[in-house]
Design a protein around this ligand. Sequence first.
Ligand SMILES: [Zn+2]
Length: 440
Amino acid sequence: MADILIKNGYILTMDSEKPEIIKNCVISIENGIINYVGPENSGPKKSGYVIDAKGCVVMPGLSNTHTHMGMTLFRGFADDMKLNDWLENKIWPAEACLKESDVKAGSDLACLEMIKSGTTACCDMYFHMDETAKSVKESGMRAALSYGMINFNDEEKGKRELDISKKFVRNWNGKENGKITAMYGPHSPVTCSIELLEKVKEQAQKDNVKIHIHVLETENELNTMKENHGMCSVHYLDKIDFWGPDILAAHCIWMSDRDIELFGKKQVNVSHVPLSNMKLASGIAEIGKMMKANVPVSIGTDGCASNNNLNLFEEIKISSLIQKIHLNDPTALPAYDSIAMATRNGGKVIDEKTGIIKPGFKADIILLDLKKPHMTPNKTEYNNVVSHIAYSVSGTDVKTVIIDGKIVMEDRIVKTLDEQKVLENAENAAYELFERKNEK
Ligand SMILES: [Zn+2]
C-alpha cells in the first residue's frame, strides 16, 4: 500500500557516487517513509494519492544547515557595508529592538520562503527560539533549532544562557514526530568563554543532542584567538576535546591545513556559507581541501541580513563556481558534489534518515518543473539534467514539496501557511521594528 505514489518523473535519488537519473520508476510513500523505489509493476498494488511527475525532476528536499530565521525581517536593511560597521551600527541596534512577535513573523516568512524554494529542513540559531519553533511546527518543516548563547567572559551570564538553552532542548527536542530537534548553540569561540563551551559540550552529551557554532568566519577571529590564547579557535577548542561528529561548525573560512586535517579526523560537520561570505568579504572556505580530507560538508544560507535570501539552489551554484575560480580549476567541485552537500550531507546533520530517496528513508521530497526555457533541453541524452539542477534552476521551479510524507506545497500552493497573511505580518512587523529603532 502507498499513501502517496509519485510516478512518471526523472528521479535523482542522490544514493549513488555518480550522477544518475532514473526514468520509468515510481516512488511509494507510506506512513511518512519511502517504502519503494522501482518499476511500477513490481511496486505496491494499491495506492492512495497519485502525483504525476511528468516533466519534473523528483529529488530529495534540500537541507539548509546554517541560518537565522528570525533575521528575515532584516532583508535589505543594511547592505554593502564593512562588517564591523554593519554589525555595530545596524544589526546589533536593530536586534536590541526585536520582540518575540518579530521573530515569529520573520520565522514564518523564512519557512514560507524555504518551502517555496525546495528546502525541507534547516539548522537555525538565534534567540526567542520558541517563536521559531512554533513557526517550524506550523509550516510542517523539519528543523534542528538552537538558542544562540553569548557570554564573552561573564560566567554568570554563561550560566543564564545555558539555562535558557537547557529549557529549550527539554521543550522541543524530538517534537512533531521527531521533525523538530534541538541543538546547543554557543555563538562562537570568541563570543563564548572556554568554561561555557566546556559546560555546553558536557550538557549536549548528556542530552544526546548536537552543537551548532560559528567557527573562523573572519580573519579577526583568527587574530583575536592568536593574541589571547596563542593558537587558533580549532586548536584552542581541541584542548577541551570539543570536536566530533556532534559538532556543526558554520563558515570555517580561516582554517589552516592542520585544522582541516583535524576536522577530517574528528568528522566535524562543516556548513559552507558561500554567499554570505562573499557579501561580507569574509573570505573563501577551502571546500576542495576539506572534501579531500574527508570532512563532511553541507551548505547554509546564513540569515537574510547577509545573503539576502534563503534560496539554497543559489548556494549550490555558487559553491561550485567559487571553488573553480579560487583554485583556478574548472574541474573543481562538480555539479553533483554541490548538490550532494545540499541534500545527503545536510540531511545527515539534521536526521540520518533524510537527504536520499531510498526505501527506509523519510519522505522529504521535492519536484522541480523542467518545462521552463532555462531547464530545456532536458529530454535528450546529450543534455545533462543534473547540471541544470546545479547551474540553471531557479527556486521558483520547485513545484511540489513533501515533508515527512505530507504534501506541504502542491503546484506552488503552500498548504500549511496562509501565504498572504505571512507576507502582510512580515511587512507590518518590519515597519514597526525599524520605527521603534529610530525612536531610540
Ligand atoms: Zn550565522
